[in-house]
Design a protein around this ligand. Sequence first.
Ligand code: SAM
Length: 283
Amino acid sequence: MTTQQWFDERHDYAGSSIGFRVTQRLHAEQTPFQSIEIYDTTDWGKLMTIDGCMMVTTRDNFFYHEMMSHPALFTHPRARRVVIIGGGDCGTLREVLKHDEVESAVQVEIDERVTRLAEQYFPELCESNSDPRAQLLFIDGIKWMAECEPESLDIVIVDSTDPIGPAEGLFNEAFYRSCLKALRHGGILVQQSESPLAHLPLLKNIRKAMKGAGFQAMRTLTFPQPCYPTGWWSATLARKGVDLSDFRERGAEMKQFATQYYNVEIHKAALAMPEFLKAALEG
Ligand code: SAM
């Protein structure tokens, strides 16, 4: 009788943990930036962890990748130049490139090994990497954004790890100021903004830093994400010079590509703010 093996991610600060039953560890390596492991699971496909934190599973990554991309792309009137900071598993890049209006999608990932392992173990997330509109850069997103041509981008998506280590500098006012400068009028910044249940102080700080950087309008969207702490996650949108009160409903309704979670009703629902969050973020 083989003893069942589990990968458990403990969240001491939240007094909770998340576990997936695994069959074997397929890969482990220490890169110059972080430690990466790949597991095979009994029910969730492959699992990638970075520094012991779950990043992506075959089975549930669609919630996150779709909600980090489609709300912003269906809010912008016509996003042509999109940049993804982080996003090494390439799932967000794939969703962005489903939008025909996008002419360029640059992914700025600090650790090339994340992408090379994604190509090997999550090939379905990398299927758009050869799209002629895609460009994969392996450098620090903080530096890249600081040097980005002003008013040259329509959407910036920060699909990063938690604000520790190399990602720490992606959650502060200085970085958001460089995003604001790089965005055109009406441009949208999307930040993965952690769990509203377990990381509310961090979410508040993200919005405070965005406001301090000069973004006027902000909306925090929530969505399920089983492999992340508490299973409930968020993305915060901030816009340059224009509000975020509505989105291209017709465009979302008539979308010409498949999604597993995102649709126009989900978009509207994600904009609805739970009472405790409304009080905490808008009170
Ligand atoms: N969905 C995941 C989450 O919410 O935790 C993030 C997925 S993706 C794998 C996160 C990526 O951010 C990692 O591949 C990591 O290497 C990258 N990253 C962290 N700091 C970075 C930085 N300063 N510049 C570019 N990429 C960075």
